[in-house]
Design a protein around this ligand. Structure first.
Ligand code: PGA
Length: 259
C-alpha cells in the first residue's frame, strides 16, 4: 500500500484529483468507481475545474457508484444519485448512459444487484475505485462484520453510520436503515484502489486499516491484500499511524500502478 499523508484536506484532495485526472488522460475510456460523502467533495470540485479549464474529457468515461440508500428515489436530495449529479456529473461532459448508480427504489433488489455486478463485468471491470472510509472502518456500506468476499447486495446500516449520516437529514428517523452496496469482494476486483480520509474522526479507522490485522471488524483493512492500493489522508486522519510514511513523488509511483 502506498500511504500518503498530506498536511491539509485541500492537499489530500489535490493529490487524489491529480491521480484520477492522470488515469483519465492515460485511458480516456476508463471505468471509474466513485464514492459519495463529504470527503470527496473538494476533489470532485478540482476535477470539475480541470474539465472546465484544462479540457479534462469525460465523454468516454464510464462510472459505477459504490452505493445508494434503499427507498430513496434518485430525485431525493439525500440520495447518492442526486449527490453525484449535483456535485460532479452535471458539471462535466459525461454521457448519462455511462453513469451507473445503484437504484434504491428497485422492486427486486436481488436481481438489481446481480445486474449491477454483470454490468461492471460487461464494461471490463473497474480500473480505479475511489473510496471513503467510515469512522467504523466501513468501505461503501460494508459495515464491520461484512464478508470480505461479499458482492453487491442489500446491507443494514449500523447505528454508528445512521448517527454519522443523520447530519444530512432533518431528523435521524429519516435516515434509511438499508442500502445497496458493492461488496468488499466487488471493490477488491478493481484494478486500483484510491482511499481518501480526513479529520481526526477517521484516525482510528485509518490506523486499523493500515496497521491493524486484516479483519471484518475493519472492512477497509482488506486493502492490505490489494496490489495497487493507495491511501491518502490529511494529518489529523493519519495522526495515530506509527509507521514511517515518507512522501514518494507521484512520478516514481505512477508507472508502478500501470498494468
Ligand atoms: P464521509 O463518509 O466522507 O462523509 O466521511 C465516508 C464513508 O462513510 O464512507
Amino acid at each position: 500500500m502506498f500511504v500518503v499523508i498530506k498536511d491539509t484536506y485541500e492537499q489530500m484532495s489535490a493529490e487524489a484529483s491529480k491521480i484520477l485526472a492522470h488515469r483519465i488522460r492515460t485511458k480516456p475510456d476508463i471505468v471509474l468507481g466513485l464514492a459519495t460523502g463529504s470527503t470527496p467533495l473538494a476533489l470532485y470540485k478540482l476535477l470539475i475545474n480541470m474539465h472546465k479549464k484544462e479540457g479534462l474529457d469525460f465523454s468516454k468515461v464510464t462510472t459505477f457508484n459504490l452505493d445508494e440508500y434503499v427507498g430513496l428515489p434518485p430525485t431525493h436530495d439525500q440520495s447518492y444519485n442526486y449527490f453525484m449529479w449535483e456535485n460532479l456529473f452535471k458539471h462535466i461532459n459525461i454521457s448519462p448512459e455511462n453513469v451507473h448508480i445503484p437504484m434504491g427504489t428497485s422492486d427486486d433488489i436481488e436481481r438489481f444487484c446481480e445486474w449491477y455486478e454483470a454490468k461492471i463485468e460487461e464494461k471490463g471491470g473497474i480500473d480505479i475505485q475511489l473510496l471513503g472510509i467510515g469512522a467504523n472502518g466501513h468501505i461503501a456500506f460494508n459495515e464491520p462484520g461484512s464478508s470480505l468476499g461479499s458482492r453487491t447486495r442489500i446491507k443494514t446500516l449500523t447505528e454508528k453510520t445512521i448517527e454519522d449520516n443523520s447530519r444530512f437529514f432533518d431528523n435521524i428517523k429519516d435516515v434509511p436503515v438499508h442500502a445497496i452496496t458493492m461488496g468488499v469482494g466487488t471493490i477488491m476486483e478493481a484494478r486500483e484502489l484510491l482511499l481518501v480520509a480526513n479529520g481526526e474522526g477517521k484516525a482510528n479507522a485509518i490506523k486499523n486499516t493500515i496497521e491493524g490485522p486484516i479483519s471484518t471488524n475493519c472492512p477497509a483493512s482488506v486493502l492490505q491484500l490489494h496490489p495497487r492500493a493507495r491511501i491518502i489522508v490529511d494529518k489529523p486522519a493519519g495522526a495515530k499511524l506509527e509507521g514511517t510514511y515518507r512522501h514518494i513523488p507521484f512520478k516514481y509511483t505512477s508507472s508502478h500502478f500501470e498494468d
